[in-house]
Design a protein around this ligand. Sequence first.
Ligand code: ZN
Length: 392
Amino acid sequence: MLITYKTEIKPTENQAWLIDRHIGASRWAYNLFLDINQQRYEMGYHYMNAYTFSKWFNNDYLEANPDDIWIKTLYSKSTKQAFIDADTAMKRFFKKQGRYPHFRSYKRGQGSYCFVKNSAKQIIQCERHRIKLPKLGWVRLKEKGYIPTDSEHFVIKQGRIKKHAGRYYMTCVVEQVNLMPCACDGEPIGIDLGLKEFAILSDGTLYHNKNKNGRVRQIRKRLRRLQRKLSRQYLALKARKQKEGNSATDLNLAKTQLRVQRVYQRLTNIQTDYQNKIIASVVRTKPQWVALEDLNVKDMMKNRHLSKAISYQGFYTFRAKLVAKCQQLGIPVHLTGRFEPTSKTCHNCGYKKVDLKLSDRIYQCPKCGYTEDRDINASLNIRDTENFELAY
Ligand SMILES: [Zn+2]
């Protein structure tokens, strides 16, 4: 089973410089691949795939273009991966699964430093706080102990470093081998996701909606202002370009762009961190199973009034992450049917209260007298229903 980890790294100045060079080179290599193949196409030559291209590049191209020999000082697998990426994008286009690939640009933050595990014997060393990467040496990790270091059960296969808003992020693919059977005998957990509160667990734990938090609102407000500023600057530049030609630039626009990216990243980080914390506390007790509603996020997004709140909540990413984590630990995940009346049903006797209003915060059963918080009653029903599908 493959698991992907993404984490921020803390390279030294020299390492950052090296990573930047690799990122630039990978962009260059990607674009060269597209460019050469396009020229070949126009001249009626056949398409070169990544493998042929790489051979041609190392033998013929570099001999004919000695100015580009600097690329040889970099980690060759990173360049090769750029060819493979371009090849994949082209093939997707040939199969009509995508449009013609764009050239990669600095402005869009594209390009990456790639590393791979070469052979069966080679190990990419990783410790709690650092990872050893080709050409870079030991690179410090910001989140200690996040990437598994137990090499008997986890093997790092490959990864990438990307730069975003002035920071460096590494994603790496880890294969889990010799799976340990999970001794999951804890109380099962039902989760009710909502807009008012983010999540309510069947054991009564309540996770507030972070978007209503003052700090987050403040940041979101700042983001909106910056985005308005950015679009003003962009329009101004466009007008100037018409007057002065394409050479007109706006340095402040680039600054605003970076600020927008930073603020946006900040929000994403807050959300990711919160969701990870919830997931960690859900799996900590090793429940027999975890159950949640199979929300149709797409349908909900169509509703204008709900869509904003829902997209902010990131229900979808939360569910995907939770399922992945449970799968990794061997905890079954039940997805209860979308039309299951989980809030209307009494958890104690199964009576269906048809006239339940949204404003009724307490569920009171007219038949057996059972009284419980509305959301806890719902999450208990989600937990115990037999009408479910397994998530994996
Ligand atoms: Zn009842």
